[in-house]
Design a protein around this ligand. Structure first.
Ligand SMILES: [Zn+2]
Length: 419
């Protein structure tokens, strides 16, 4: 008979191999599909997208796919090193020798694990920004800004992350058999709190917000919001161009009163009609309660996840099967948390097409709302400009889309809108 710990090890190995095979297959499909369609602009876009822009989108997509393969390999090796090769066990022993048992060691273990993970990912992240984004003309981040972003991110992460980490580890150790329920309540509250302070406290640390000057645009957007049952609490421009040429626009604030935030890059790219149509699309997300639905789904799944963690954290095989010796004093909260976060994504990957499809469905609904409440042709023009300016491929592989795309490909969105 197979021991539970061996079963755990074999499950990890099997699921990791399945993940790698599916992801490599998807990646190679995407590369083949995009490369095959590189020579010619698809017929539906023959009059709107230039061959140069089409080539750029293909080359950008292929370059990102190559990094994707490196990323996959790195992730798999890191996972094996942490678990079966004993990395996490060694880090646990080191922090124990240094700090002894207790909350400080538990917090230090998670914090050092997170820092090491960040360091491992650093070279690839640097290559993404200063290699690929640079080569395709998207990167505006200077090395100085990059370093200052990283340091600020680290401080914000510590200030926001350490207290909640301490609370979670404390609840796990002292909360009794129902700790996972209390932890869930704490995490939900915390997440709402972060969402509430993010636009006013966190984002201004990284970006400059200036009031929007354009009175005509303000008037148009105010009218649009009134038609849709929202009030504008203020208009701001954010200096996204400091970091990247990619563009965006969004609303912040709970309830019907919202601040409107435009990326300066978007203002430079779109005219008034197009801007209004893009914001109508965003309002469509609120009108259909997409953000709320997404949040409720995430709360529900984290409840299931925590209940599962509550169960496996009691099993010796969960630790030994993943290459870690549980602590003798019985406090394994940090180990359980880290192992769980390491292996969970391998399992949830299999259901990612479901959430991706739901997200694409939401985009169609928001598009339909924008077409009904603003100018459909302007939205189509805006989408084309955005797809082109972001060098998004017009010819992605359908299977790749099914797994990874949160937004439908341009061809599908435009076809739906004109239907
Ligand atoms: Zn959307």
């Amino acid at each position: 008979m197979m021991t539970p710990f061996l079963a755990m090890t074999l499950t990890l190995a099997a699921v990791l191999v399945a993940n790698l095979l599916i992801k490599l297959w998807l990646n190679s499909r995407q590369v083949r599909h995009v490369a095959q369609h590189r020579a010619q602009v698809p017929a539906a876009f023959a009059h709107t997208i230039s061959l140069d822009a089409h080539h750029k989108a293909a080359d950008y997509t292929l370059a990102k796919a190559r990094v994707g393969v490196m990323d996959l390999g790195l992730d798999a090796v890191t996972l094996i090193c942490w678990t079966l090769l004993g990395g996490l066990d060694a880090l646990n022993q080191m922090t124990l020798e240094w700090l002894g048992t207790g909350m400080t060691q538990q917090v230090a273990l998670v914090a050092s694990f997170t820092l090491i993970g960040g360091l491992i990912g650093l070279p690839l992240s640097l290559y993404q920004t200063f290699g690929i984004e640079q080569r395709f003309g998207f990167n505006h981040t200077t090395p100085k800004l990059w370093v200052s972003d990283m340091l600020k991110g680290l401080v914000v992460g510590m200030v926001l992350g350490l207290p909640i980490l301490w609370l979670v580890l404390w609840l796990m150790a002292a909360g009794g058999p129902m700790w996972w329920l209390y932890t869930w309540a704490a995490l939900v509250t915390y997440q709402l709190f972060v969402m509430w302070i993010a636009p006013n406290v966190i984002m201004p640390l990284f970006n400059k917000f200036t009031p929007l000057e354009d009175a005509t645009l303000k008037e148009r957007v105010t009218a649009l919001m009134k038609r849709s049952g929202f009030t504008a609490k203020g208009f701001f421009v954010i200096d996204g161009s400091r970091r990247s040429a990619h563009s965006n626009a969004f609303f912040t604030g709970f309830g019907a009163a919202k601040r409107v935030v435009f990326f300066d890059t978007l203002l430079a790219q779109l005219n008034g009609d197009e801007m209004e149509a893009v914001l109508a699309h965003e309002l469509g997300h609120f009108k259909h309660r997409h953000i709320l639905k997404m949040m409720l789904t995430s709360f529900a799944t984290s409840l299931v996840g925590l209940a599962l963690l509550g169960w496996v954290s009691q099993k010796i095989w969960f630790y030994t099967g993943l290459g870690v010796m549980p602590n003798l004093d019985g406090n394994n909260s940090a180990l359980a948390l880290l192992l769980f976060m390491l292996v969970l994504p391998l399992f949830t990957f299999f259901v990612s097409p479901l959430s991706a499809r739901r997200s694409r469905q939401f985009e169609f609904e928001a598009d339909a709302y924008a077409v009904a409440n603003s100018d459909g042709q302007a939205l189509a023009n805006a989408l084309l400009k955005l797809y082109q300016d972001n060098a998004s491929t017009l010819t992605p592989d359908p299977w790749y889309v099914a797994f990874y795309y949160s937004h439908p490909p341009a061809s599908q969105r435009l076809a739906r809108m004109s239907a």
